[in-house]
Design a protein around this ligand. Sequence first.
Ligand SMILES: Cc1cc2nc3c(=O)[nH]c(=O)nc-3n(C[C@H](O)[C@H](O)[C@H](O)COP(=O)(O)OP(=O)(O)OC[C@H]3O[C@@H](n4cnc5c(N)ncnc54)[C@H](O)[C@@H]3O)c2cc1C
Length: 497
Amino acid sequence: MENISRRGLLMGGLAAAAGLVDAAGQPISPGNGHGNGTPSLKHAKGDKNAWDVIVVGAGAAGIGAARRLTDQNPDLRVVIVEARDRIGGRMHTDRTSMGIPVERGCELVHGGPYASTYPWIEQAGFDMRMFQSNYIRQADAPTSSPSSQWHQWDSPTSWLFPLGLPDALIPYDPAGQNLPLPAALPGEMADAYLLRLGVTAANTPTGLNYELTDDSEPLYDTAAARVAAPLRDCIRYTLHPEQAPEPEILDPNDSRYDDGDYKIIGGYDQLLRFIAGDVPVMLRTVVQEVGYTANGVELLTSKGTMFGRRVVFAVPAGVMQRRDIAFSPGLPAAKWAAFDAFEYHDIFKCVLEFKEKVFTPNGTDNWGYAESMDHFPTTLWNASIAYPGYKGQAIVGWETGAAARELHALPLEQKYQAVLEVVRKSAGDPGLQYHKAVMTDWANEPYSWGPYGSGGSSRDMAATVGGVLYWAGMRTSTVSASYSSGVAQADQLLLAL
Ligand SMILES: Cc1cc2nc3c(=O)[nH]c(=O)nc-3n(C[C@H](O)[C@H](O)[C@H](O)COP(=O)(O)OP(=O)(O)OC[C@H]3O[C@@H](n4cnc5c(N)ncnc54)[C@H](O)[C@@H]3O)c2cc1C
């Protein structure tokens, strides 16, 4: 096969009504049962490299699509081809590095019982736990200030100004004189705006800081226009504590908390393995080139050529953006424009394992998040909740935005040290040492090229091409969203078959 242009082979094959070549280079005659060169279900059943539907990518989107197709039509021949030697994609449970399974990629079931994947979690009977006790503190506030101590999110302490309410803010009390807060200047950032009002970084209420920076950029990269509303709440509740809302007691079954975060104990990967069931998956099979006509699709892979009546692409937008897969004929300009407009976010995630339970902000190991608002990474979370026999502690260090970029610029060992420093400060023990550390640099991982992101028209990304190429996942940024998009594409494909 080396002497043949792979693209020529692809197009020649399709032009001759799909003269397929198998992994050993032997031609396969697809036949069709109708004498018109149209690949058919009947043909697919007899031919080991010909399928009704080939799904490219064994992540949440691809597995969601493949499972839906086989559930809705058990007669369909469906296969998933996957470049890596494992399923899951950006869901990667590491079962060997530490004493318990830890997640190098996605970890949380956002929304728990309200997630689209929940029916599977329930059916499988997985142990899913909510992060119920979440803590925050302004670590550089004076120790005399309650804000410097770990306190629950939304507790009355989170509204307080660690150094006291600046006098200049009193006229803006919504329950008092109620002057409108000064408008943000063009291009002004949150930290500059707060300083203009006399609120220094060390005197920023933890609740305000958290609300403005959650899953976003630090204050110096946050638009000042977002500050006024939560700042007024802080002024009001500091001056009138009796008006402050009751702190939330998170209840896993209360639909008001459908944005709660949950973990599948024992590893997230159990979920995709369960959903995939007995759908065949070809691992270590990289799709490189695609030729298509209205009759079907020919895939040139690292293991030979395959033929499908339809193909569902469930690879990340970053893979498409890099042109890792070539298409003949080329894809519509609008689709490429959508992929090119997509941007990955900056995400830093690292897991440290300690030999014992080193950080217990509420005196027990049952804490979820711990946010210390003064140093990076800002967020720690507990990766070892609900492992009763486990003596150690696995702690995630998490950062986003500009601060994540700064952390990623460090050599690997310094990345671990940065997280260790935060754990040391959080636990109040400067001598702590970690036992093991792992992280994946998703931006440099082939077959991902980034963690998750946004941008680019999802409609153009998902638009079917030539009646035979379908598109799932791509720019979806959660497991549930990827899974749902796979199901939606499968439903669309089934209608068109
Ligand atoms: C660090 C991190 C933390 C995250 N945290 C969360 C979280 O807590 N909760 C949450 O819901 N989401 C989280 N996410 C996002 C979530 O992981 C993804 O949105 C989701 O897993 C994407 O699924 P997918 O199927 O769309 O893509 P992927 O999982 O990337 O699957 C695509 C598959 O295509 C394969 N592939 C690529 N190119 C080819 C090719 N040429 N040939 C064959 N196969 C190919 C890949 O190997 C991969 O298996 C996180 C992501 C990261 C990186």
